[in-house]
Design a protein around this ligand. Sequence first.
Ligand code: X8Z
Ligand code: ZN
Length: 651
Amino acid sequence: MTYRLPLTLLAGACLALSACQRDAGPAAAPEVPKNETADQFIERVNTEYRALYPETTAAQWLSSTYINDDSQLLAARGSERWLTKLNGWIEQSRRHEGQRMSADSARGLHLLKLKTAMPAPQDTEKLSELTRIATRLEGLYGAGSYCDGEGDRRRCRQLGELEDVLRSERDYDVQLDAWQGWHGIAQPMRQDYTRFVSLVNEGARDMGFADAGEMWRSGYDMSPVELSAETDRLWTQVKPLYDQLHCYARARLEARYPGQGSVDGLLPAHLMGNMWQQDWSNLWDILAPYTNAGSLDVGAALQRQYRLAYERRLAALNTLPEPPALAEEERTAHLATATNMTRRAEDFYTSLGLPQLPDAFWQNSQLIKPRDRDVVCHASAWSMDLDDDVRIKMCIRPNEEDFTTIYHELGHIYYYLAQQHQPPLFQEGAHDGFHEAIGDTIVLAMTPGYLASIDLVDTPQQSQAALINSQMRMALAKVAFLPFGLMIDRWRWGVFDGSITEDNYNAAWWALKARYQGVAPVAPRGEEFFDAGAKYHVPGNTPYTRYFLAHILQFQFYKALCDAAGHDGPLYDCSFYGSEAAGEKLWTMLGQGASQPWQATLQEMTGSDRMDGEALLEYFAPLQDWLKAQNEGQSCGWSSTAGGPGGAGLH
Ligand code: X8Z
Ligand code: ZN
């Protein structure tokens, strides 16, 4: 497969659109040409967009990788310029409504209003206030730290260390302490968030939407009401599988923590191996269906690789160095492991015939957490200049979750690279769920066979037990996620439309957690807390429905790429690693960007224009049968008004 090399300036977009796409100042606004046609207008917007983009993302990158007052000031100013510019374009676009124009210009005009997830008020004071609040919220999350102990025993831990506790510790109280400690960091965000909601709602109304939630739901080539109904339909399709997994996990937890493994039938929030209960993979020691059916412990293999790299460095030194030099050796080994993990992920993409990552990627990405400053560790993928300066920002540690997250992030990067020929307004996912689904589609192709081929697991056994183990491994990541993928924006849609009020933020949060995920806190979480703020995407203002849709779509994409690769056999058995035919199909889809309604892009890719949970259910059919048999005789399910002290009902 060959790739057209870009002849002109290339495209891309920082993934955290809300965070990256901020505005250029009023002073930068050029005169609006007289008698400009709609086509000329869109052409001008694309040109100005391209010109303004790099300084906006540069300020944003600095404030995310170097959190301090100065970088935040610059990021807020950059954002202010960007949003002012965007508001100006939207205002100017009104004069072209109803005029004759090309189909592409009409689509560009439509997409323009949806370019930010942070609609800003026209009022310049308020716009400026909004950008300061948004920058502060993201900084508060990035610098969040839980301190405990007194005097010499005082210690402060950031999210990564607290996640490690949930990943590896099985002591009930130690996990509870880490979970509560992290959630405490969000308390100071509540007031800012309340103001933030009021400002983005004003911005959305200025653009003609009822509120910011309606604006978010308008980005799907269907009405906001239809989109909402689509998510309900998809959830209804896959919920029976989640219910079975929930029932199974609860029984195992109850056996592991007698008398404490559930709360009125709900899963205790701090015992799920993950801060937000969105991925249960870390509970493998408790939830593995079969021992002795071959190990799938990717995390242990990565840890071994890291230790080996470290020991090699020490061995080369002959003497044991002083602590500062030792820390430097540790860091070098850490970076080498993270780089290897990233090279491994790149190799999957290049095996499909996709291009190598540009040099700038390796020069500019942040792969591990710097030792000397606060950064936003939440993984993201950036296009800095609508050209080859693409980057990821992560704090990679040698564990399975971070390993698959790299594959996820590279999905975004390859989307950027494939769209470089599109005008900036079309440089988006077909919809945002497409963008989130690409890397995850590759993750589905990381079968035990693939993992063995890269020495992360032993040669896989061929048995029913091994199959169920491998299905469970995927389900703990992909199926456990589904209701979480929905509930976050159910909460935000409610906050934006006013049906959830400030005095009810936390109660509504836990009511939705109970209803969708069937999880609950074990001690009261009153309104003095702001638990939504402990999840990156809330202070980071990244819409979340995209991830729910991605978790449906990725199975459709996977099936389509398996077909393209000529896979014959059950869906779950397919890895399209090394298939250029699959790569060609993927690259073509990525190259479309948002140039046409997503339904057309999906049709070209899968033969259907509808999102559908059927491929997911087909993939997990063996596991679903197995779970049903395991749960036989159990009384599965939960009452969404249950949930103990924290779980008020939401009807
Ligand atoms: O935020 C992410 C990516 C960046 S787009 C790391 N994800 C969601 C999350 O972490 O909550 C990927 C899966 C869901
Ligand atoms: Zn992503």
